[in-house]
Design a binder for this molecule. Structure first.
Ligand SMILES: Cc1ncc(COP(=O)(O)O)c(C=O)c1O
Length: 393
């Protein structure tokens, strides 16, 4: 592998060996790859070895460039692409756990992850021990039992922007010979490198910043070669959440501009967070780039910039938050984040509704919280839209 820097890898990485060499990676819209002879077929089937393509449910040349490029950007050994972020997390849980096992997870996670761990894994006989104050390292240590199979953290978290101490959690996990799994969706490798802080496995909802324009539902697991090969040979074959070649191609296009976009996302978010923090109708703003954020010092240590996700709590009632969202014109009201457009979401009634009132409270998500994924528009227009909406309450 050539020793390129991040932005060079984002453009040129993982093209070695591709014949003929091309500028845009070809879309191999084929799910089977004829074998030279029976031995070739047997090897391809048995090995899941790189370069021996077999069947589109577990390998494809276009998807493979995306996988290798993402692994390079994360500084990991290998990656496997999945049809969504949720299926990436499911593959990891399925790999490490069997009936009777446990996992220990921060409760500051995306709502879908919460439901997967709480309800989905429970159905498979796996118990989750939630850490309701993920900054309390003692609570993580206490929650680990003989049945624990991995520790899980999302940092920063959606939507409460909790910043977890990845190095400290990796040390705790390794002290018990357990892997630490980190969801790096919100930062992407352009802003945060969990492997350099001791993480063992990284999961992504590539649907977000890696895709960048709300076109491709996608995900990935990045980790050691043995893990990725086991996922490719095992659950990817019998569960089948494969990424389509076209979505991999779209991802490769978007990832060419990843760090440029993440820088602009971050500076726009900082401008909006600073504006909101000074607004008399705003009770609090969660953005790790602000000095007032409890994870600010840690964020500065482990993130190059703070990405585009922020949330704020309005003074007043649920109805005020509703009025603000309904009044916004430029901000797109949707359940998504990490796209070029500014997106506004009401987590308590959509992305995190499945937590229910008690767990929402524990996870720090009041009904007056508004989540924003700050886009790439002119920051003055982003601020003008919320200024107008806040003036209506
Ligand atoms: C942090 C995080 N992880 C995982 C997911 C799930 O990803 P997907 O929607 O691609 O399945 C999401 C979705 O919003 C997310 O925000």
């Amino acid at each position: 592998m050539k020793r390129w820097r991040f932005d060079t890898m984002a453009l040129h990485g993982a093209l070695e060996g591709m014949k003929p060499n091309t500028v845009s990676v070809p879309i191999y819209q084929s799910l089977a790859y004829p074998f030279d002879d029976v031995q070739h077929g047997a090897d391809a089937y048995a090995d899941a070895r790189e370069g021996l393509f077999c069947y589109g449910r577990w390998d494809n040349p276009t998807v493979q460039v995306f996988e290798k490029r993402l692994a390079m950007l994360e500084g990991g050994e290998a990656a496997i692409a999945t049809s969504s972020g949720m299926s990436a997390i499911l593959l990891v849980a399925h790999h490490f756990c069997k009936v009777g096992d446990e996992i220990v997870s921060s409760n500051r996670v995306y709502g879908g992850t919460f439901v997967l761990f709480e309800a989905g894994l429970e159905k498979m006989g796996v118990k989750v021990r939630w850490i309701t104050d993920p900054s309390d390292l003692g609570a993580w240590k206490k929650a680990i039992t003989k049945k624990t199979r991995f520790l899980y953290v999302e940092s920063p978290s959606n939507p409460s922007l909790h910043v977890a101490d990845i190095r400290a959690l990796a040390d705790i996990a390794h002290g018990k010979k357990l892997p630490l799994v980190v969801d790096n969706t919100i930062c992407t490798p352009a802003l945060q490198k969990p492997f350099s802080m001791g993480a063992d496995v990284i999961v992504h909802s590539a649907s977000k910043y890696l895709s960048g324009n709300a076109t491709s539902l996608s995900g990935a697991v990045v980790g050691k070669k043995e893990l990725i090969r086991a996922l490719r040979k095992g659950p990817m074959r019998y569960l089948g959440p494969a990424l389509s070649p076209f979505n991999a191609w779209l991802l490769l296009l978007s990832m060419e501009t990843l760090s440029l976009r993440m820088d602009r996302h971050s500076s726009n978010a900082m401008a909006l967070a600073t504006y909101l923090e000074g607004h008399p109708k705003v009770k609090s703003v969660n953005y790790p780039g602000l000095k007032s954020h409890p994870g600010h010092a840690l964020a500065k240590k482990q993130m190059r910039a703070c990405s585009s996700l922020l949330s704020f709590v309005v003074k007043g009632k649920f109805e005020d938050a509703v009025k603000i969202i309904n009044t916004l014109e430029l901000w797109v009201h949707a359940t998504h984040l990490g796209t070029s457009r500014t997106i506004v979401t009401h987590p308590a009634s959509t992305t995190h509704v499945a937590l229910g009132p008690t767990e929402l409270k524990k996870a720090g998500i009041p009904p007056t919280m508004i989540r924003v994924s700050v886009g790439l528009e002119d920051p003055a227009d982003i601020i003008a839209d919320i200024e107008r909406a806040l003036s209506k309450i």
